[in-house]
Ligand binder design. Structure first.
Ligand code: AHR
Length: 653
């Protein structure tokens, strides 16, 4: 009895100490805990060929000329018939694996020649070199799969291999067909050597006829070893930012180039061979392999809240044209399709959060996730033109979500610019309809960010809040990043109005970039983070939920100086951010008098360099932050280096 009592007292004391420690200092302003997150759009080959770890390009033979004039179902595939073999190849659609995936190839192996050493194994088949060569690592496992339907009487044998550009075999496996229906065949390939430009070869080594579709090759070591998963190094870069949320899957990708191109979430879940592939608005192809399940799972894996954005039943206002030349303009879903569309939005909420016994919850459970994904936010629309058609449809969707799911916070939209007609109309709609949050977008000069640090000071409190869903200054030089850092201190100061913010775009593949200023560049092997990435990371990994003014003093007349102080009430940590956009060092003073007992040391991270410095693939570490442990006292002077962001994290004692 005595022991139980002392355990209880000890538990209570422990609980109290945690609670006490977690108390923020007096006089702070409560700000939202979700301020800094990520915006992922499938632009610049961010998904297929990027974050999505699939190594085969055009795996389902769905590439077509509407995406890129020279594309067709054979694109990125080479028909091969080594060893004096011959056969025939065709694209067919009569009996696909699934109606969503209509094209497949048929190979008729008419003759398998004698094996000739210098040519390689004889047979008839296909070769795929992925997205400019597949990167494989020695001794790492790779999971191969393909769907095959045997069309002739006898089973067909296959030789599956990875080879280097010289044709040397890096890994090999044998398979054989056994079914006249579509059947998935799998092999695990372990290369003996590393290669950055490997190819996958599928060679039928017996005569006969077969159909083939959905040919896939994945590294087993994806991020968190997820099947159908993400490229580990890229995903880790995002995880390292500790984002509060991830908005996906776009951008303009969401509302699409015409109604038929809108991103429909239901087409992107379930087995990959049943997902609907489509033209990417940015001029390439999306397999939907990185679909809603994968996005939600990634969010969960890295502790970020999911923020899916769904079209507001209208297409992009630039549909059918380019940014410069107008096309068909915004199109709206016909009214008689709206009820089904609204149901699709509601279904997403059930799919994400509903019990595994519900219709859509059961589909989530079938994919291996019976628990809720805890969806809290949903975006409706993306910088749409504020037409009466938009307004009517937005209201219908918003009202339906409010009635059926009052627990969900809807994020509306206010056009593509920081002001102007759509912005004003969008805000009017938001005010009238009491939309909880709206999504503002702006891409502009670093000077604009410096001069507009007071933008949100005058926004109405206790009204519609802001999600700054897309912003970036025009450039990836250090001075761009530091201008953004200065602006971000103003987002923290206004964290009672600005609920969330995310830089855009996030990822860009070298040589496949449609949008020039991005946060992280990559190729098949390397990653080149920009200074902007480090600024985002330094803010995002150092969020607080209380804001304190008058902690840092500086020359108030110098608009190139900015600073903020937040506290994370979970850990009690005090976080200072000090920004100097000048070309010379500037003095600042820190006074931590209002905080209780603080640790004698803190962790200081500094990002600085010359204003035009940037990172390149030749020197990816030109501009990187450096961290050190520094002495902290209740009040101290700090000389903010020229063109710098400094973050100081201080623990409570
Ligand atoms: O971030 C790139 C594009 O910019 C987004 O797709 C769109 O929303 C904005 O115009």
């Amino acid at each position: 009895m005595k022991t139980i009592k002392s355990i209880l007292i000890l538990g209570l004391l422990l609980f109290l100490s945690v609670v006490t420690k977690a108390q923020p200092a007096k006089g702070g302003k409560k700000i939202g805990p979700d301020l800094f997150g990520l915006f992922f759009e499938d632009i610049n080959y961010s998904a297929d060929g990027g974050l999505y770890a699939e190594l085969v390009q055009n795996r389902s033979f769905e590439y077509n000329p509407t995406e890129c004039r020279e594309w067709n179902p054979y694109s990125y595939w080479e028909y091969i018939a080594p060893g004096f073999s011959y056969g025939r190849i065709s694209v067919e659609t009569a009996e696909p694996i699934h109606p969503n995936n209509p094209h497949y190839l048929v190979l008729d192996v008419e003759h398998v020649g004698r094996e000739v050493k210098f040519v390689g194994t004889s047979g008839v088949g296909l070769k795929n070199s992925g997205f400019d060569g597949m990167v494989v690592k020695a001794n790492d496992p790779y999971n191969f799969s393909m769907f095959v339907r045997q069309l002739s009487k006898e089973p067909i044998s296959f030789n599956i291999r990875l080879q280097n550009p010289k044709g040397d075999i890096l890994a090999e496996s044998k398979l054989s067909t056994s079914s006249n229906d579509w059947k998935k065949h799998q092999a695990r390939l372990i290369p003996t050597q590393s290669c950055d430009s490997a190819s996958l070869v599928i060679l039928a080594t017996t005569e006969g006829k077969f159909a083939i579709d959905v040919v896939s090759l994945f590294p087993e070591k994806t991020f968190r070893n997820r099947p159908n998963g993400m490229r580990a190094d890229l995903a880790q870069m995002l995880a390292d930012m500790k984002p509060a949320f991830i908005r996906f899957p776009g951008g303009c990708l969401v509302h699409g180039d015409g109604l038929g191109n809108m991103y429909r979430w239901e087409n992107t879940i379930g087995p990959i061979e049943q997902r609907k592939e489509q033209r990417n608005i940015w001029g390439y192809h999306q397999t939907s392999g990185l679909g809603y399940f994968e996005y939600f799972q990634f969010c969960e894996d890295i502790g970020a809240k999911p923020l899916p954005v769904l079209p507001a039943a209208v297409s992009c206002q630039n549909s059918g044209g380019t940014w410069q030349i107008g096309g068909t303009g915004q199109k709206a879903l016909p009214m008689d399709e709206m009820q089904d569309y609204i149901q699709e939005v509601l279904d997403l909420i059930e799919w994400a959060n509903g019990p595994a016994t519900s219709v859509w919850g059961a589909r989530r459970a079938a994919a291996g996730h019976p628990e809720s994904f805890h969806l809290q936010y949903i975006g409706i629309g993306n910088e749409d033109k504020m037409t009466p058609e938009f307004e009517q449809r937005f209201k219908m969707i918003f009202d339906a979500v409010k009635v059926k799911h009052p627990e969900i916070t809807v994020v509306g939209t206010v056009g593509p610019a920081p002001d102007g007609e759509d912005f004003t109309k969008g805000w009017k709609i938001a005010d009238e309809q009491k939309v909880p949050i709206v999504d503002e977008h702006y891409y502009t000069s670093p000077e604009w960010f410096i001069s507009n640090q007071h933008r949100y000071d005058s926004y109405k409190r206790n009204a519609t809040q802001v999600y700054l869903g897309e912003y970036a200054s025009w450039g990836n030089k250090l001075r761009n990043a530091i201008a953004e850092a200065a602006y971000m201190t103003s987002l923290e100061r206004n964290g009672d109005v600005v609920r969330m913010a995310s830089y855009a775009p996030l990822l860009a593949k070298k040589d496949f970039t449609q949008w020039k200023i991005d946060m992280i560049f990559f190729d098949n092997v390397n990653i080149c983070p920009t200074p902007n990435y480090f600024v985002q990371k330094m803010f995002s990994a150092n969020r607080g939920d209380y804001y304190f003014d008058k902690v840092i003093s500086k020359d108030e007349k110098d608009i190139n100086l900015a600073a903020s102080c937040v506290q994370d009430s979970k850990t009690g940590d005090i976080i200072l951010k000090l920004v100097n956009y000048n070309e010379t060092a500037k003095p600042m003073k820190v006074n931590l008098g209002r905080f209780g007992k603080i640790a004698a040391e803190g962790e200081q991270t500094v990002l600085t360099g010359s204003m035009d410095a940037e990172n390149t693939f030749a020197n990816t570490k030109n501009i990187v932050p450096t961290s050190s442990i520094v002495k902290i006292s209740k009040s101290f002077d700090y000389s903010a280096p020229a063109m710098s962001l400094t973050v100081v994290r201080i623990k409570m004692k």
